[in-house]
Design a protein around this ligand. Sequence first.
Ligand code: UDP
Length: 357
Amino acid sequence: MKIKKKIIVSFGTRPEIIKLAPLINILKRKNYNFKIVNSGQHYSKNMSEVFLKKFKIGKISYDLKLGKKNSSIKFMNNFFLKFQKILIKEKSDILIVQGDTNTCVTSALAAKNLNDKNGYNIKIAHVEAGLRSYDSSMPEEINRIAVDHISDFLFTPTLIQKKILLNEGIQKKIVIVGNTISDSLKKIKFKNFKNKDFFLLTIHRFENVNNKKRLIKILNIIDKVANIYKFDVIFPCHPNTQIKIKKYKIVLSKKIKLISPINYDKFLILLKNSKIAFSDSGGLQEEACILKKHLITLRNNTERPETIIINSNFLSMLNEEKVIKRIKEILNGEVHWTKNPYGKNVSNKIISYINQY
Ligand code: UDP
């Protein structure tokens, strides 16, 4: 039996579009009663529009375009008010949010506030629940904890995250489903490069780019290993990171080839063909693990410990010696993993669960 309830799917950034796209496409295909809200937190064409097109998201019911030139607080404030009006107008029953962004937490808080103060009963479904880095200096950590604690349905990637939520005393419905990124990856047509002797780099986390010393340290480590192995480093650079590199007047080494963010196919083809990827991205930890590509995470912690446990991912701690040792092990063929923990048909499982409720 198909759900009659009114669903709202809310997103605003590149990773949310990528990870919610397979779910939205099921809702569309099966003719569910749903509306899409795009906050516009990521507003440039290469961070938003190309992904909406790639995944054929189609009509956005509410395209709010609130990201541009707004500080985080102003953005969240504006979005909260506009989003509540949408929830009321659409007589929403279920809100689906994903991950840990300002869009995600603001959407969930807007629904919760209506439930608490105005007697609404909007069920909040959190996709990718239970991730914890235990690093409260990360804005994402605060966001995901808040969303988990106000959600009604919590869809976790693995048992690790379910246990975390149970330990935090969350008594709402927690369902282990895997990660929807495994569905998104099915949409990529991979190609083989002749020359695979290059590294891939992305950096965008607040704690890495808002700290000049730390950003320089990361770039120095990458430059060092690129020179040791005589590999170029392709660096599709997040807009915020580009702004910081300019602001700090950092001159990149010749080995590091900075380019603008690229579309999903191009990026994953690069990842698949690269020798090793270096990144502070969340999603890349999952993609590299699924695609059997080695990743060195440019952070001191991760909210995806399952990738460390199976050995697809390595925490650099920004320690040059550790990074060089790991690269040696990788290039000597000493690092392996077989299965990935992120499941299959994850979006289908989520929709079926919501349907049952
Ligand atoms: N990505 C992309 N083009 C790029 C860089 C990244 O399509 O130039 C994709 C990448 O495959 C991953 C997502 O963007 O799925 C990650 O986004 P980001 O690192 O901004 O966010 P996070 O995953 O850290 O929340």
